[in-house]
Ligand binder design. Structure first.
Ligand code: PHE
Length: 463
């Protein structure tokens, strides 16, 4: 793995990953999280299974990777937050608005993401307390989840806890410690997922799940499959809101941006695909509906643990690791608005972190009540498409897609492919697949995203 040193701290008030921690680890920490294990399987389940997976992989390669290279190049070149970066490259232009959208998106995503992250902590505690020791059916696991999320105090309390954890890490500048940890913990997560996938695939009746997940059924293709595949690719890779601009601002000129981005995309996709291999065989073996939505992972995983020797130890391990994976992502989400207020408005880091943390917590409350605690919020847009789903689609799909569209235009036409190439080729680095990148960033990315968004606007079929 790429292990070059990071640029020494340029401006201590901004904070940075301490040196010697590989950028790939930090960026993979941002990318790998609930997006892979919670969001990917349920979105795939709602959008036709295998056909979604194939389109998703295409989007990771043809849109995700090129946009990631662009964001990293912009960040490393300017060593700034998204707003500052656009301002520096094109002062007095409207480009900074795209950076601003990223800052808002960071808070928007964090507000509902921390709710689900809080649930992973709650589930860790529940498993340790033996709440799942005697479950016999997936229906029972479903009931446990429903009564758990129906309690407003628990949901809001866990949201508060997770935002607090994120705030403490970002404020204390201990991100480096977290990254060092996650270097050890993430391979363990990978290993546990492999073991769980084996258990899941060997359950009686699992074949149907494998067929659903791996054998494309083209009749299930709809245009919303495209919207969600695009949104999911950007969400999972932390793209379209400047996270990778912010992280790129800490990479050394010695690093090859293309291979670094390639590693991040590869590991992120690997974990997501594996999560699907855990989820779908078990889901079909237990006769559940693959389109069950956000609760899927919380119902399916405990049902698998119940069928494994030592399953509860496994279960506790998985949910703990999931919480850590979520934390390395929430850190990166909070870092974008914090870096913005510190750089552009001269706020003290502490003030920026506390204020942004408070805003996030308050914004997260309706999402925390949207999985059963409050009837109106639970069915906010339509039956069972609540406020959390709304925020997830709004910020997790649309904001990121709009952001990625403009970042592609910026890299492809405004700042220009030569400038990006120049940045990638610093210190003799080779720009692998350069022509493919140029073609993709100038034509494929903007066109594909535009067509998808235009279609959505045309049909008015937003959710
Ligand atoms: N990529 C993260 C995940 O999959 C979520 C995220 C999105 C983080 C956007 C930062 C920016 O869990």
């Amino acid at each position: 793995m790429v292990q070059e040193e990071l640029v020494a701290n340029l401006d201590t008030s901004r904070g940075s990953w301490s040196s010697k921690i590989g950028f790939v680890v930090a960026a993979a920490g941002s990318a790998i999280g609930l997006g892979n294990i919670w969001r990917f399987p349920y979105v795939a389940g709602q959008n036709g299974g295998a056909i979604f997976v194939i389109i998703y992989i295409f989007f990771v390669v043809l849109i995700g990777l090129p946009v990631m290279i662009s964001e990293l190049a912009i960040g490393r070149n300017t060593t700034k937050n998204p707003v500052g970066a656009f301002k520096m490259l094109f002062p007095n232009s409207l480009w900074k608005v795209i950076g601003g959208l990223g800052v808002i998106t960071g808070i928007g995503i964090l507000s509902f993401y921390a709710v689900i992250a809080g649930y992973t902590v709650g589930y860790f505690i529940k498993i340790v307390l033996g709440d799942f020791a005697r479950i016999e059916s997936a229906a029972q696991a479903g009931e446990i989840f429903a009564s758990f999320t129906a309690n407003p105090f628990i949901s809001i309390g866990l949201l508060f806890l997770f935002v607090l954890l994120t705030v403490l890490v970002v404020m204390g500048g201990v991100s480096a410690g977290i990254e060092r940890w996650s270097k050890i913990l993430m391979p363990i997560l990978l290993l546990l997922l492999i073991l769980l996938a084996i258990r899941s695939i060997t359950l009686p009746g699992a074949e149907q799940g494998l067929i659903f997940y791996l054998k494309p059924d083209f009749s299930k293709f709809t245009l919303t499959t495209l919207t969600w595949a695009l949104g999911q690719a950007l969400f999972s890779l932390s793209l379209g809101m400047g996270t990778m601009i912010t992280y790129g601002s800490y990479i050394s000129k010695k690093d090859n941006l293309v291979t670094s981005a390639g590693y991040v995309c590869f590991f992120d996709t690997l974990i997501a695909i594996l999560a699907g291999l855990v989820m779908f065989p078990a889901l079909f073996a237990m006769g559940m509906d693959p389109a069950g939505g956000p609760k899927l992972v919380f119902v399916v995983l405990p049902s698998i643990f119940a069928k494994m020797p030592g399953g509860m130890i496994f279960g506790a391990g998985i949910f703990l690791l999931l919480a850590v994976a979520a934390l390395t992502s929430t850190i990166s989400l909070l870092e974008v608005p914090v870096a913005y207020f510190v750089d552009e408005h001269g706020w003290k880091r502490k003030k920026a972190v506390i204020l942004m943390g408070s805003v996030t917590f308050l914004m997260g409350i309706p999402s925390a009540l949207a999985l059963g605690a409050n009837h109106f919020l639970t069915n906010f847009i339509k039956e069972n498409f609540g406020f959390l789903d709304f925020m997830n689609a709004l910020f997790g799909n649309y904001s990121l897609s709009i952001g990625a569209f403009f970042i592609a235009i910026f890299a492809g036409y405004q700042w220009g492919t030569k400038a990006v190439a120049n940045e990638v080729e610093q210190q003799g680095n080779i720009f692998f697949l350069r022509r493919l990148w140029i073609f993709s960033i100038r034509f494929i990315c903007p066109l594909a995203i535009f067509v998808i968004l235009a279609y959505i606007a045309w049909t008015g079929n937003y959710f």
